[in-house]
Write a protein that binds this ligand. Structure first.
Ligand SMILES: [Zn+2]
Length: 164
């Protein structure tokens, strides 16, 4: 009788322990989802799905995908982009893009302040100038009115990819 109660208690403790572990890993500290090219965190309203040389990746921003393709000397296709204001998925052809605004598209979340300062002064940033995506030209223009930057079309954006 006593040993059965102990066995039951141990089993319960294991179940509770497993539950806490799962909660800790998935809710309290979810595995960070990062860019397939530069390992920065993905943001729902900036990320894109891109294909370089037929290989599909989730990428932190359109700029990162184009930079990667140019570095690899390969053509890039944007498959899905996300609206900066609503995070809604869109087809890249119909979207409008803002470059060189004061808003950084990709944040260096993983870095400490002094590290960031040191690297931003010496290192070239593959995601800069950040590129943000908007559903309509008007929204993109409203954004640049408040935050600076230039509105460009999909064709203009893709002309920055050197290997078609
Ligand atoms: Zn990236």
């Amino acid at each position: 009788m006593n040993s059965r109660r102990i066995a039951l208690t141990v089993t319960l403790l294991i179940i509770v322990g497993a539950g806490v572990y799962v909660w800790y890993r998935n809710v309290a500290h979810p595995t960070p989802v990062t860019c397939g090219y530069c390992l920065r965190p993905l943001h729902a309203n900036v990320k894109v799905v891109a294909e370089i040389d037929g290989k599909r990746e989730e990428v932190c921003c359109p700029r990162c995908a184009i930079t990667e393709a140019n570095q690899e000397h390969k053509p890039v296709r944007l498959i899905t982009v996300h609206d900066y204001s609503t995070a809604k998925a869109m087809s890249p052809q119909s979207a409008w893009y803002v470059e060189a605004s004061r808003v950084m598209a990709c944040e260096h979340n993983g870095m400490h302040m002094d590290e960031m300062k040191a690297t931003s002064e010496i290192a070239y940033d593959r995601c800069s100038p950040g590129t943000l995506t908007f559903a309509t030209r008007l929204e993109a223009q409203d954004f640049t009115a408040a935050n600076g930057g230039t509105v460009i079309s999909f064709v203009q954006l893709m002309s920055e990819a050197h290997f078609q």
